[in-house]
Structure formats: structure tokens, C-alpha cells
Design a binder for this molecule. Structure first.
Ligand SMILES: CC(C)(COP(=O)(O)OP(=O)(O)OC[C@H]1O[C@@H](n2cnc3c(N)ncnc32)[C@H](O)[C@@H]1OP(=O)(O)O)[C@@H](O)C(=O)NCCC(=O)NCCS
Length: 427
């Protein structure tokens, strides 16, 4: 792959792939192509494809647990990393490798315990990942002196270890914060997502299926989103996978990114309280949406920087809801919001995508099974996101991607440039 890219750049390296307008530089670099991420690609109209496969295709083609119908996230990781669909054996192998590598040293739990229980679960999670950085093989081998060509090797080991250990850490935080610190030991016979559900205290088969689906659909969303881009950016400084992933997850903890899933359910709970009903009508929802907008707030779970249609990750969760809990009033409210919100957002004229994203649905499914602690939802997202960003990081090191360093400018320079008194150089 590295040789192929070298050849490709030798022949076509000077080809232009776009022009940059001044507004794009000020507006979050939207629409500027500036990154290579092999694991997935987002199409504005049809949504995410992982190595070419849509979510419905993955649901069909990836191996499942015995008696299960949702894909095992192990299979998606294999697909993103290797680029080919795994066999049943490949997936079972990965399950057992992650089981073997899942030991979390005691100092990590002690570090979590040093924080007040009231600390946001995402803060506890990232602090724990930082404490786990003591285990980084990449950092050790780099310090000992490593040939550039070998970077991918300990990066891969760190990625595998970290993914294997994250469910234990996340479940520990959940039980610590919400279940009086009554922890549940891992079950070595379960798959990665199943064991995660078990350690959080959820044994229901449908919940385990939900975790498999959840861990699959939240794993990756091409490379430019805040969590993926940050992991890649920090990794480009040759910070090890623990440091890079922790950095990315600090971005996921922002309300415009991964924290939106907690915002959605909070917003729905507040709406139900204000309207004094568990099942608000579409008209009531419409009025509440308008009131939210009048207060200068965003409608959480709606809109996207790249997507221009209903997020297929929303649709996959809606299908899950129809199969497992069609009569749940909260889930039905999510579906009514789906009918009420887009026309209102469209009528404002400025919102580029009035359709729901992944976060609009996830909380209601979790609440159905009793997981009402919405501050924890972003941690679930973070565990899943590890699959994509760490598979990508392995490729970053394998392909020897250099340190990332775009050029920035000042408004004073822009003004001089507009008057023809100065130049803006791309270097
Ligand atoms: C996801 C999001 C950050 C994308 O931002 P973006 O690319 O700047 O979106 P747009 O270009 O459509 O924004 C244009 C305008 O519409 C507003 N807008 C976008 N989505 C909105 C929403 N759901 N509710 C209200 N206003 C919204 C923006 O705030 C912006 O307003 P401004 O010009 O007054 O600053 C944005 O849609 C949002 O804040 N959504 C709610 C939070 C959320 O669900 N995040 C999870 C994303 S997966």
C-alpha cells in the first residue's frame, strides 16, 4: 500500500483536487479535502460506507453471535483494519485475542477512584485512558530507539490492547458512578460488546444485541470529524495511541460532537416535563422546537456538517426500535420528533441539513432498557469510536504519514492581501 501511494504521488502528486475560498478558512474548513482516512468514507447523500459497505450491507455480511442478528463489532474492526470482510473464524479469533489482552492494571482503577464521583463520566474515562498510557509499547519502543519502518507494529499492539481494555474501564466508571461501586467481573465467554453489556449490569439479550449494533454504527465516520481528526492529528506527532485516542475523546466530549446524544435525551426529558406528558403530540413537539430555537439553542440530534439526508445510523436504530420496542412511548416520541423537526428547520432557510443524525435516536433505546444515566452515553460512543480511530492510526503509522501542519493566517494578513499589499502562501 505504501509503495502504491508512493507511485501514485510520483505520477499525480501535482494534480489539483480543489480550490479553497476565503470563507472556508474562517468557517471550520468545511468542504476542504485535506486528509486521507482509509477506514470509511462519508457520502453526503447516502451516508457512511465502511471500506465500501453501507450499514445495511454490514448488517447482512458481518458475522453475528450465535442466535444474534446484529453484526459483531469485532468484524467491523477487522474490515476497517484489513480492508476485507472477515470470516466467522477471524471474528472469533479477534474476540479471544481481545479477551486475552483485556487486563487493566490496578493503578488505572485507583486513578479513577481519586476523582470525585460527581466527575463527568467522559472526564473519568479520559483520565483512565491517560493512566493506562503507562502500558504503551509504542512509547517504550520509541524511547528505546525504533526504526521508522517498525512504527506500525507497536502502534497495532497498543490499538489492540486499548480496545480490549476499554469496556472494562467504561463499565467500571458506570458501576462506580451509578451503581454504588458494585462492580461486575468480566465474563470470558462473551463477545466484546456482550461482555461490555454484562459488566455494566445488563444481561438482557436485546440489550446485548443493541450494544453490538451501537458499537458497530458509532465506530467511524470518515476522518474529518473532531474525534477522528484529533486522534490522527495528535498521532501525527508520534504521540502513542493512548495519548492520541485520549485527545480525540476529549473532542468527542463536546456538545456539538459526541455529547449531543446526552443533550438529545435531556432535551426530550425537559420537553416531557414542561408539557406534563409522556407522549407529546406532533403539534406540541413543533411548538417546543420553535421555543428551543427562539432561545438561541440548537435542536440536538439534528443537522450535520457533511450529511444532507437522514443519517443511516439513525435509520438502523429506528429499525431496531421497530423490532424490539415498537410501543415504547419515548421511542415513539423520537419518531414523532423525526416528523416534526425537519420541516421547521427547513423553514429557517439557513440550516444545511434538517435531518436527524446518529444521536437523535440512541438515548431512547438505552432508556428503554433502564439505562437512564444520560451523562454516560458519550462513554459508550467513545468505546465504539476506538475501533475506527485506532484502526486508522495503525494505517497512519504503516503509511508513514508525516506530522500534520496546515498553514494558518491572520485577519490583518487577509486585509493586506485583499489590498494587494501582501501574499498568502500555502506553505
Ligand atoms: C452538527 C452541527 C454542529 C453542524 O454544524 P454546521 O456544519 O455549522 O451546520 P450548518 O452549516 O447547517 O449551520 C448553519 C446554521 O444553522 C444552525 N443549525 C445547524 N443545525 C442546527 C440545529 N440542529 N438546530 C438549530 N440550528 C442549527 C447553525 O447553528 C448555524 O447557525 P448560525 O449561522 O446562526 O451560526 C449542527 O447541525 C448542530 O449544532 N447540530 C446539533 C448538535 C448535534 O446534533 N450534533 C451531533 C452531530 S453528529
Amino acid at each position: 500500500m505504501a509503495a502504491e501511494i508512493k507511485e501514485l504521488l510520483k505520477e499525480h502528486g501535482t494534480k489539483k483536487i480543489g480550490e479553497v475560498q476565503l470563507a472556508q478558512v474562517y468557517q471550520g474548513m468545511r468542504g476542504i479535502t485535506g486528509l486521507v482516512t482509509e477506514t470509511s468514507l462519508l457520502d453526503a447523500q447516502e451516508g457512511i460506507r465502511f471500506r465500501g459497505y453501507t450499514i445495511p450491507e454490514l448488517q447482512q455480511k458481518l458475522p453475528k453471535a450465535e442466535n444474534g442478528s446484529e453484526p459483531l463489532p469485532e468484524g467491523l474492526f477487522y474490515l476497517m483494519l484489513v480492508g476485507e470482510l472477515p470470516s466467522e473464524d477471524d471474528v472469533h479469533h479477534l474476540t479471544s485475542v481481545w479477551q486475552r489482552r483485556s487486563h487493566v492494571p490496578n493503578h488505572v482503577f485507583a486513578t479513577i477512584e481519586a476523582l470525585p464521583v460527581s466527575t463527568h463520566p467522559m472526564t473519568q474515562f479520559v483520565v483512565a485512558v491517560m493512566a493506562l498510557q503507562t502500558e504503551s509499547l509504542f512509547a517504550k519502543r520509541y524511547a528505546a530507539g525504533m526504526n521508522k519502518k517498525d512504527y506500525w507494529d507497536p502502534a497495532f499492539d497498543d490499538a489492540m490492547d486499548l480496545i480490549a481494555r476499554l469496556p472494562r474501564i467504561a463499565a467500571y466508571i458506570y458501576r462506580r458512578k451509578y451503581k454504588n461501586g458494585e462492580h461486575i467481573q468480566p465474563n470470558g465467554l462473551l463477545d466484546w460488546a456482550g461482555n461490555f453489556a454484562h459488566m455494566m449490569g445488563y444481561g438482557d439479550e436485546s440489550f446485548i444485541e443493541l450494544m453490538r449494533l451501537y458499537m458497530t454504527i458509532h465506530a467511524d465516520h470518515e476522518g474529518g470529524n473532531v474525534s477522528a481528526h484529533t486522534t490522527h492529528l495528535v498521532g501525527s506527532a508520534l504521540s502513542d495511541p493512548y495519548l492520541s485516542y485520549a485527545a480525540g475523546m476529549n473532542g468527542l466530549a463536546g456538545p456539538l460532537h459526541g455529547l449531543a446524544n446526552q443533550e438529545v435525551i435531556k432535551w426530550i426529558f425537559e420537553m416531557r416535563e414542561e408539557l406534563k406528558t409522556e407522549a407529546p403530540s406532533k403539534e406540541q413537539i413543533g411548538n417546543y422546537v420553535r421555543a428551543t430555537l427562539e432561545k438561541g439553542k440548537v435542536v440536538p440530534g439534528y443537522g450535520h456538517a457533511v450529511l444532507r439526508k437522514t443519517d443511516p445510523r439513525f435509520t438502523a436504530q429506528m429499525e431496531f426500535g421497530k423490532k424490539h420496542m415498537p410501543d415504547d412511548p419515548l421511542v415513539q416520541t423520537v419518531w414523532n420528533i423525526y416528523e416534526a423537526v425537519p420541516p421547521i428547520l427547513k423553514s429557517l432557510g439557513k440550516i444545511k441539513n434538517p435531518w436527524p443524525n446518529v444521536d437523535a435516536h440512541s438515548g431512547a433505546l438505552l432508556v428503554h432498557f433502564g439505562m437512564v444515566e444520560y451523562e454516560f452515553y458519550t462513554v459508550l460512543f467513545a468505546v465504539s469510536r476506538a475501533l475506527g480511530v485506532l484502526a486508522s492510526l495503525c494505517w497512519d503509522r504503516a503509511l508513514s504519514f508525516p506530522i500534520e501542519r496546515p498553514k494558518s493566517i491572520t485577519t490583518a494578513l487577509v486585509k493586506r492581501w485583499l489590498k494587494g499589499e501582501d501574499e498568502i502562501w500555502g506553505d
